[in-house]
Design a protein around this ligand. Sequence first.
Ligand code: GSH
Length: 221
Amino acid sequence: MTALTLIIGNRNYSSWSLRPWALMTHLGLSFDEILLELDTPAFAAEARRHSPTGRVPALHQGALVVYESIAILEYVSELAGGRGWPADRALRAEARAVACEMHGGFGALRASCPMNIRARDRRVAPTPALLADIARIDALWSVCRERHHGRGPWLFGEYSAADAMYLPVAFRFQTYGMQGLGARALEYLATALEDPLITPWVQAALAETRRLPSEEIGTAP
Ligand SMILES: N[C@@H](CCC(=O)N[C@@H](CS)C(=O)NCC(=O)O)C(=O)O
């Protein structure tokens, strides 16, 4: 297979980059990484060289450039013989809906609680919009786990692109100490945060020293 290169942003902050990285890692695909420092004078020009949107992530394979995290998830799943999604067609449709909901939604959560893997004990205002996003995540994770717990520990039993999409949400729960998850959802949160395959990303994120003030949100509890 032609070599794959994933273009990513700072591991501590770049939630969109983490998603394809997590799925590619779970699928056992081998790939190189190029990290572009977010919010630097060089970023805009560099990112434009790698992706037409000037954003990360992007995936390169020879002359092919795939951008938009969800399109990358689809592509790498195809490269792995479809293993990025559930084998069952109905489950696959549900998993795609759940993944698309993350890609296009949860605006309050994303805006008020940026992913910041190394930060702990941050608190943000529990606005109605944020609480509504948390309630929806609780419902979604709980229903998935209730229905699929017999097949494995992930949203649809086996690991899928849906889990990769929600991994940055798990880090947000850890950073901002958000309440509101029921037992099943909490169990899933622990599964996501304790996933040994993401350890290299987390270790690298913890080793990063650069701070982006725009992403350092929240006060001590
Ligand atoms: N919809 C895009 C979002 C990509 C995105 O916003 N990436 C951020 C980093 S996590 C970025 O490149 N920000 C730099 C900028 O917008 O200048 C996707 O799903 O890949």
